[in-house]
Design a protein around this ligand. Structure first.
Ligand code: AMP
Ligand code: ZN
Length: 456
């Protein structure tokens, strides 16, 4: 069995993953707030944890993994969107939810086993809040219910920060009804024009964090294996989920392993709606960028590193996939994925390492393994897509020519032929990637095939 190691935020270490119950490996990923199209950054955790889901299914069996990702369909941003557009909240959330599923589907993301909507779990949230009050972990004040941070000694442990640091770093809302400025909202009152549910504390709506605690408990149990999301959720969201769940369920942990993806950036800053520096997945799809190309670009960077979307990466990803898809098109899809590729994924989801293995398979013209390995990564699942069939200049003869010339030159120490081929290729607008196992040629935007005649 492939060993899986994951970097656990809680321990700050890469650890061997051992599920609580290998018959039912359980994972929860925080999902989107549904009021607008997903921006490209929102797609990163979806793709990253889809790869993990596929790996877990491969290792433990598809029927032995339960993946939950929620939709936050009650939130002040949604209320604001409804107020400014004059549209009913339910219409906005239903439409946005479907957009999200469609867009993520084009990126090859499998749908999780459960996709709970927060508004369907209000009674479970109310019950959890009642338990927290009864046990002295929460208090009601002026129609609000607040979690008392002082009642939970381990508060701050996940992100490894002291409470003072957290206060300094976060915009902590000071309010007269709070005993400690760090106390966070479990429930808040709703005026008549806002969504609200009857509760022991009057008509109101939940705070953000409680939904994940209630839905995870209902669908995965008091303790489960993996909890994941973007690293912007580490504090306060995940810290607060842990406090709520551990106190209400009387456990010492919520999830064994906490995983956080780094941010997709634009010029060094997190891509986010609030900064306005975003474009949506749909924008890219509408420009004709295939979803699989977006997925492949994401896989090129390890999930714990920040990454940028660049036009150059898009071009290279498209050229590479086009080549591999053609190579693998006729291969039967009936073998296991390539062992070294599985090992790379097992090593804390080293997707860049997995791609390096695919390059090797391509150079060795090992189309059966190429096909099965692409599939494990969620690529080429439905055969060869139309965009990859487009006539594109076939550079494989020149790849072989350059590779052979280099092999010869390594023996003769005479590189003049290699240099001649390289400069002709560069002159024709071809980018050259050489590795020990082979040569990859990629057309750049100034590609001019007529100039390749010189090499024939
Ligand atoms: P939100 O709808 O803002 O709660 O975000 C949904 C998910 O997208 C969360 O897991 C966030 O951590 C993640 N996310 C938001 N912005 C980015 C970004 N720029 N890069 C990567 N992940 C992000
Ligand atoms: Zn959450």
């Amino acid at each position: 069995m492939v060993q899986i190691k994951l970097t656990n935020t809680k321990t700050r270490k890469k650890e061997v993953f051992t599920p609580l119950d290998p018959e039912n490996v359980r994972m929860y990923v925080c999902g989107p707030t549904v009021y607008d199209r997903a921006h490209l950054g929102n797609a990163r955790p979806v793709v990253v944890f889809d790869v993990l889901y596929r790996l877990l299914r491969h290792v433990y069996g598809a029927d032995h993994v339960t993946y939950v990702r929620n939709f936050t369909d009650v939130d002040d941003k949604i209320n604001a969107r409804a107020a400014e557009s004059g549209r009913p909240i339910g219409d906005i959330t239903a439409e946005t939810t479907q957009w999200f599923l469609d867009d993520m589907g084009t990126l090859g993301a499998l749908e999780p086993d459960h996709m709970p909507r927060a508004t369907q779990y209000i009674p479970q949230m109310v019950a959890m809040i009642e338990t927290l009050i009864a046990d002295g972990h929460a208090y009601a004040a002026e129609g609000h219910v607040l979690f008392s941070v002082d009642s939970y000694k381990a508060y701050g442990k996940l992100s490894g920060r002291s409470v003072d640091d957290m206060i300094a770093g976060a915009r902590v809302e000071v309010a007269p009804y709070k005993k400690n400025p760090m106390d966070f909202v479990l429930w808040k009152p709703s005026s008549d024009d806002l969504p609200g549910w009857d509760s022991p504390w009057g008509r109101g709506r939940p705070g953000w964090h409680i939904e994940c605690s209630a839905m995870a408990k209902e669908l995965l149990g008091d303790r489960f294996d993996i909890h994941a999301g973007g690293n912007d959720l580490m504090f306060p969201h995940h810290e607060n989920e842990i406090a709520q769940s551990c106190c209400a369920n009387h456990t010492d942990e919520m999830a064994q392993v906490w995983l956080h993806n780094e941010m997709l950036q634009v010029e060094g800053k997190k891509m986010s709606k609030s900064l306005g520096n975003f474009f949506t997945v749909r924008d890219l799809l509408d420009q004709g960028v295939p979803g699989e190309v977006i997925r492949f670009v994401f896989l090129g960077t390890h999930y714990r590193k920040p990454m940028d979307w660049t036009e150059k990466k898009r071009q290279e990803a498209e050229a590479t996939l086009r080549k591999w898809y053609r190579q693998a098109a006729d291969a039967l899809d009936n073998i296991e994925p390539y062992g070294p590729l599985l090992e790379a994924l097992g090593d804390d989801l080293n997707t860049a390492g997995a791609i390096a293995e695919l390059h090797q398979l391509s150079h060795a013209d090992n189309s059966p393994y190429l096909r099965s390995s692409l599939r494990l990564l969620g690529l080429m699942e439905n055969g060869i897509p139309a965009w990859a069939k487009h006539e594109d200049f076939d550079l494989s003869a020149f790849e072989r020519m350059l590779f052979e010339a280099r092999q010869k030159a390594l023996e003769s120490k005479d590189f003049s032929d290699v240099d001649r081929i390289k400069s002709a290729l560069i002159d024709a607008g071809v980018e050259i990637r050489m590795s020990k196992s082979g040569v990859d040629l990629i057309t750049a935007s100034n590609f001019d095939p007529s100039k390749l005649e010189a090499l024939k």
